[in-house]
Design a protein around this ligand. Structure first.
Ligand code: HEC
Length: 224
């Protein structure tokens, strides 16, 4: 009797380990197919952040294609990819990438005029995925792995909001992209939360947050 219990639990343990390995294998296989499907080469460094887990799970393309501008890319991500998934309540989120981060991410991407009250960061114009860095047209540093505190990041984003005010007031020395910015206090906090998702995680942790992904409750969301 005792022996068969022991045997049963040993079997269960083996099956559990096998199951975990299988799901990791499946995740890896899926990951490969996403890469193949999107024809993008995932960057070797900085590809294991909570943001990357989110992007992978929701099949967000890693970077603009050759014929997409950063703004077109952002529009495609929001309207073709996220809106649909959000509407069907199928958006997958991971530890470290939940509602505040998601809202911050969308405001990061929005770089066009919006209905009143919708956060627009226009950050993607100068900080373009996959590195969240500059383009030839707009040189800017990568925002991956900044490893800064919330306070430091908040200060930087607030400085940008101040730049936006100046640009809107007619200061021609400031990049006109800043004219698009519409961000309140809460939006700034959400953006800071999003920036923190760009910090690289150890591979094991990255894999684990993908395995533990959950569905974000988007049923009460109004803005896409
Ligand atoms: C017009 C281009 C432009 C836009 C739009 C823009 N940035 Fe930047 N950003 C820069 C440049 C250039 C720097 C380098 C420092 C500087 O010159 O201000 C920078 C620096 C930063 C830094 C500091 C990076 C570091 O290495 O310390 C952060 C964080 C940042 N930006 C976040 C954002 C966020 C969030 C948004 C959207 C609200 C945004 N940026 C919009 C151009 C831009």
């Amino acid at each position: 009797m005792k022996r068969s219990i022991k045997l049963a639990s040993a079997c269960a343990a083996v099956m559990f380990v096998a199951g975990t390995l299988l799901s990791i294998r499946q995740t890896q296989a899926q990951e490969k197919s996403v890469e193949e499907e999107l024809h993008v080469h995932r960057l070797k460094s900085g590809e294991t952040s909570a943001y990357d887990a989110f992007a992978y799970l929701n099949r967000v393309s890693a970077a603009p294609t050759q014929d997409e501008t950063p703004v077109q890319y952002a529009g495609n991500v929001i309207f073709s990819r996220l809106a649909n998934t959000e509407g069907r309540i199928q958006l997958k989120v991971v530890k470290g990438f939940q509602m505040p981060e998601y809202l911050g991410y969308k405001s990061f991407l929005r770089a066009w005029e919006e209905t009143e009250g919708t956060a627009v960061g226009a950050c993607v114009v100068c900080h373009t995925p996959a590195k969240f860095g500059g383009t030839d047209a707009k040189p800017a540093p990568s925002l991956r792995n900044l490893k800064k505190s919330n306070e430091e990041l908040k200060k930087i984003v607030q400085q940008k909001v101040a730049l936006a005010e100046k640009a809107k007031a007619g200061d021609a020395k400031i990049d006109q992209a800043y004219k698009l910015l519409v961000l309140d206090e809460k939006d700034v906090d959400n953006l800071v939360a999003f920036l923190q998702t760009l910090n690289e995680l150890p591979h094991d942790e990255f894999r684990q947050i993908i395995v533990d992904a959950t569905i974000l409750d988007t049923s009460k969301m109004e803005t896409l």
